[in-house]
Design a protein around this ligand. Structure first.
Ligand code: SF4
Ligand code: SF4
Length: 457
């Protein structure tokens, strides 16, 4: 299915005045006004751009910037979709496709503890799915965040990898035709399970289930969908759940890309909750509507396969510096996707910041035991760095590809031994080797990342 068959152009071309604000006020690019106007004209004409399609971090801010609610963000996605139809997805992208071989979940399976595998197996094989908590693909990478939290007793945690975060991260890369198929699959599954209520761990899932799929893909969901932070805040306010411990962290909060789709509905609940834990919040320079990307989104605007990991880390470096500049001790994110990326960045750039998911701080304030030394996070960051390094190497031998199959055989988890990955991971288990890896990565970073052709203000 191509974009025409999807037949849903979201960008409102008739309302666009070609003012250029979307890209001149873009927090990532801040293009000079005349350049921004040329870029929007090129996108409307379906032509290649010099900047936006190459450097956009798929952060959603331009939709908030546009004074006429034209949805320039969706125009970018539509152009990326056209590119995808012509050239396919980059070979590196295989690692986030659960239906492809050697995806991150399959590879992590050989590195995870038995305890983590036990949780995942349970979440993947729940018998009753009437009231579910959608754990999602990102948290599947870091199952210890949820572990055996008492909070999971309020619903049935469900984690099907081939729900692809209900299409949320593919949507951000412009894989719109695949996202439509994923939405239809999710709908079939929820209806088959007789699901009535869905609490989404990620705000992104709330947005795609309540807005993207119904309004842009023509797929409607009958379930009551609630974002976790709103659900939890409500439980705190009704005193059905209570904090038993006050935390004394100085924290700064990262607002993820999808949070911009819901505005205060997504930005405020985590802040209210975290204040109630006793944490002191020190805000970063860019928050809420103009929050900077964690880095993950920089992979969407790929030009060369080899550059993807470097482009991502280059953007992540800016985010880490901004977080460090606040003087906070802890960087908190309420998105599992940002969490694993920020952890990889923390290790590569040797940041002293602790990085927590807000759920972990919630658990601490509820009196649950969390490893404050963050050893498990550090080791998982190096698991992920090992997997990305593996893919960087093997993708040299692969061509761009199309996402034909969206279902995944659960038996594919644990079906391969991944000897090369284990060797890389063993090597990166030593401090000295990690230091060597960092040096090589930092040497390559300016040389292999995509050069920016304009000066950032
Ligand atoms: S999505 Fe974000 S990075 Fe991309 S053009 Fe819009 S504001 Fe800029
Ligand atoms: S999409 Fe909106 S902000 Fe961008 S040029 Fe058109 S009217 Fe201006």
């Amino acid at each position: 299915m191509n974009l025409k068959e999807r037949n849903k152009q979201v960008f409102n071309v008739d309302a666009c005045t070609l003012c250029g604000d979307c890209f001149s006020l873009c927090p990532e690019m801040q293009l000079p006004k005349e350049v921004a106007i040329d870029e929007i004209k090129a996108l409307i004409a379906g032509e290649n751009t010099k900047h936006v399609l190459q450097h956009c971090t798929t952060c959603f801010s331009c939709n908030l910037i546009c004074p006429n609610d034209c949805k320039p963000y969706q125009l970018i996605l539509e152009n990326w979709n056209t590119k995808y139809i012509k050239r396919g997805a980059p070979p590196m992208y295989r690692f986030v496709c659960p239906s492809m071989k050697s995806n991150i979940w399959q590879m992590l399976y050989v590195l995870m503890s038995k305890e983590e595998i036990g949780w995942i197996d349970k979440w993947m094989n729940q018998p009753n799915k009437e009231s579910i908590f959608l754990v999602g693909n990102y948290t599947h990478i870091l199952p210890f965040i949820l572990g055996e939290s008492k909070l999971l007793d309020y619903f049935t945690p469900v984690d099907l990898l081939d729900h692809w975060e209900c299409g949320a991260y593919l949507y951000q890369g412009g894989y719109l035709d695949v996202v439509k198929r994923i939405g239809e699959k999710c709908k079939d599954d929820f209806n088959k399970w007789n699901t009535k209520k869905i609490v989404t761990f990620l705000d992104a899932l709330h947005y795609v289930l309540t807005t993207t799929h119904p309004q842009e893909m023509g797929t409607n969901f009958s379930q009551n969908v609630i974002p976790f932070n709103q659900w939890f805040l409500n439980m705190l306010e009704k005193e059905e759940i209570k904090f038993t411990k006050q935390l004394n962290f100085k924290i700064t909060i990262h607002d993820n890309c999808y949070s911009k789709t819901g505005g205060a509905n997504y930005w405020d609940p985590p802040r209210k909750i975290l204040r109630l834990t006793g944490c002191k919040i020190i805000e970063m320079e860019h928050i809420r509507g103009d929050s900077l990307c964690c880095g993950f989104g920089a992979g969407a605007s790929w030009t060369k396969n080899i550059s993807i990991a470097f482009d991502i880390l280059k953007v992540a470096q800016v985010k880490m510096k901004e977080a460090e500049a606040t003087g906070a001790d802890v960087l908190v994110t309420y998105c599992g996707g940002c969490l694993y990326l920020l952890w990889a960045a923390r290790e590569i750039f040797e940041s002293k910041l602790k990085v927590f998911h807000s759920f972990e701080l919630i658990r601490m304030a509820m009196g649950e035991s969390i490893d404050v030394s963050q050893k498990i996070h550090i080791e998982r960051a190096w698991d992920i760095i090992s997997i990305i390094s593996y893919h960087l190497f093997v993708s040299i031998f692969h061509k761009p590809f199309y996402i034909e199959e969206i279902t995944m055989d659960p038996k594919s988890l644990g079906s391969r031994k991944f000897i090369l990955l284990r060797i890389i991971r063993w090597f990166l288990g030593f401090k000295l080797n990690r230091a060597i890896f960092r040096k090589i990565f930092l040497f390559l970073l300016p040389r292999l990342s995509t050069p920016r052709k304009w000066e950032k203000k």
